[in-house]
Write a protein that binds this ligand. Sequence first.
Ligand code: HEC
Length: 149
Amino acid sequence: MRVRLPLILAAGAAALFGAAAPVLAQDAARVIAERREGLRAVQTEMEAMVAIARAGGDPRPAAERIARVQAFFQTFPDRFPPGTDSGDTRALPAVWQNRAGFLEAYAALGPRLAELRTAAETGTPAVFAAAVQATGGACSNCHRQFRAR
Ligand code: HEC
């Protein structure tokens, strides 16, 4: 219990300042693995949507893919707690050093996903294709600044 107390205090302080609590070393590897796995799943969804867009197909079935992507990104900044900046990760130090910029790049994705979902549900191929491209732009905008090549 005595060992845990400072951790609880640290978590409380971090919450006060709006930052995520640092994770224990043994948890860091798991957090990194889970965020990368989730991002690969997002990539698979995006590739399926690019294929629909290129084929000019009916985008309505893509709506549930977008819902899964939205669900994953809901807590995205929390997937980068302090302590997950090293190890098997391509996240750049800027994720933690320029938190405001990271959150800004993150905030830009939400509206693109919302538009993408509306475009899919509306079912107009050309509008959907443009929205897929705009979404990809929001992904790249963050990667350029915050992900190592
Ligand atoms: C706010 C920033 C941000 C946004 C927005 C973002 N990403 Fe990323 N992405 C990252 C970071 C940082 C990493 C590196 C994660 C790591 O290696 O720990 C990454 C890694 C990835 C990876 C590599 C996963 C692996 O195998 O390691 C894929 C794929 C990916 N992102 C896809 C996407 C797609 C698709 C989108 C848009 C729908 C997107 N990302 C939006 C920051 C972002």
